[in-house]
Design a binder for this molecule. Structure first.
Ligand code: SF4
Ligand code: SF4
Length: 214
């Protein structure tokens, strides 16, 4: 009998405790977000999506090297001597064309490791979270603003300049080797002449009389 009373009391206590919680929340203000009609504001520092201010990128590759999952793919081409790419807003000189700067957000794990090494602070997280896609390939974001024909042009120019510099280097090396060879030949010639004249002097000296045998 005592057991029945104990169980009954426990049941009523549970019901009233639960009802108490329900009633308390019934009169308190609602906290439910009516997404997507109402959008939440992300807290400061939230990591939602990467963005690159490509005009400030110097193509140093530090972000790509810091990424633990290799989701940043950068290709650069050195600007030829006749082109001045200017400076970033932080004053860093730009020396490379960014022919490719892709970030695969499907692979990204939002660790933020790519953001910190950037010398010009041009890669950062933005509070944008509505970018789901059916096709994963659409999550690869392309930040380079060079058109394909421009990419082809800068690559060709860079190759030509590299080839020209290689030829100049080879020519310089050839000239240096030639000069060294000439110098060596002259030295050898001088040494041979010196040896010849020393032999001649030895021959011209009067021969010393030998000791008579006792
Ligand atoms: S946040 Fe992390 S995983 Fe994503 S691109 Fe940057 S380094 Fe790579
Ligand atoms: S670290 Fe910054 S400047 Fe360097 S390649 Fe990445 S985004 Fe560009």
């Amino acid at each position: 009998m005592l057991y029945v009373f104990k169980e009954g009391w426990s049941t009523f206590k549970s019901i009233f405790t639960g009802m108490g919680v329900t009633i308390r929340h019934f009169f308190s203000p609602s906290v439910t977000e009516k997404y997507p009609y109402e959008k939440i504001e992300l807290p400061k520092g939230a990591r939602a999506k990467l963005h690159v201010n490509i005009d400030d990128c110097i193509g140093c590759n530090l972000c790509a090297r810091a990424c633990p999952v290799n989701c940043i793919d950068i290709e650069t081409v050195k600007a030829t001597d006749d082109v001045d790419l200017g400076k970033t807003s932080t004053g860093n000189p730009k020396r490379f064309w960014l022919t490719r700067f892709d970030i695969d957000m499907a692979k990204c794990m939002y660790c933020d490791l790519c953001v910190h090494p950037c010398p010009t602070n041009c890669i950062y997280m933005v509070p944008e979270y509505e970018y789901s896609e059916v096709d994963r390939s659409n999550l690869v974001y392309h930040f380079s603003n060079l058109k394909p024909e421009m990419v082809a042009e800068v690559k060709e120019k860079a190759e030509q300049e590299a080839e020209q510099k290689k030829r100049e280097r080879q020519e310089m090396m050839r000239k240096k080797a030639e000069a060294a060879k000439k110098k060596k030949e002259e030295q050898e010639k001088k040494q041979a002449e010196a040896k010849k004249s020393s032999n001649k002097n030895d021959n011209d000296k009067p021969s010393t009389p030998g000791k008579k045998d006792s």
